[in-house]
Ligand binder design. Sequence first.
Ligand SMILES: Nc1ncnc2c1ncn2[C@@H]1O[C@H](COP(=O)(O)OP(=O)(O)OP(=O)(O)O)[C@@H](O)[C@H]1O
Length: 239
Amino acid sequence: MMLIEDLSVGYRETPVLRGIDLKIEAGEILVLVGGSGCGKSTVLRTLAGLHRPSGGTISLDGQPIARTSAERALVFQEDGLLPWRSVRRNVELPLAIRGVSKSSRRSQALSWIERVGLGGYADHLPRELSGGMRQRVQLARTLASGPRVILADEPFGALDAQTRRAMQLLLVDVWSQQPTTIVFVTHDVDEAVFLGDRVAVLGGKPTGIRSIVDVPFPRGDGDNSAARAEILAALGSTQ
Ligand SMILES: Nc1ncnc2c1ncn2[C@@H]1O[C@H](COP(=O)(O)OP(=O)(O)OP(=O)(O)O)[C@@H](O)[C@H]1O
């Protein structure tokens, strides 16, 4: 469980958000939405340990978060793959850093590559793949590293609608087999309601969280229109 208490974030003298209290349960998908520039990426980078909070505390299972750690993996819109390494060798990288033996990391990487639907592309270079395929490789690499928390910053933001949907379904598929805690930032309310167990709307003063909306049918076929309307209303009130 990740516990965020009275968190303030900002840059030098510029406060961005303050008074954030959030409890993120293990295995939950929590989505952060909010107007452009409200501080979503800053919060995520703070949870990753890349940015120091200006106040408050963050802990993961009771341990304070003070720096970056492989247990909290950041995933960006830009895939961050190493262009000179093949798909397989990109996915192997976090395993190599953890000291996993060569044969074991090769078989684990190939298994993840298969699971994200890229069997047959293991020896390709990133530049030989489409944007959606590169995002699949990024997902495989992230999952291969076995993080306890995935911090995703608009990972599908640059993809066309069809590829984006395919990636959401893939994420849900792998998450349902292995429910990792995910904090997911998006601009897209439909994506938020599809993926999230809960959606936190950030922005607005004096508090950093305008509203937390429970999604009744996350990743399912039920009617989430009331949750969607509540998120849109909260977003409207932060403008
Ligand atoms: N490195 C930085 N130095 C100073 N100010 C910054 C820095 N990064 C972001 N900011 C400011 O902090 C605020 C929050 O930025 P952040 O990127 O967290 O917002 P966001 O909600 O993720 O935006 P978007 O949805 O447009 O990506 C903005 O006003 C931004 O200008």
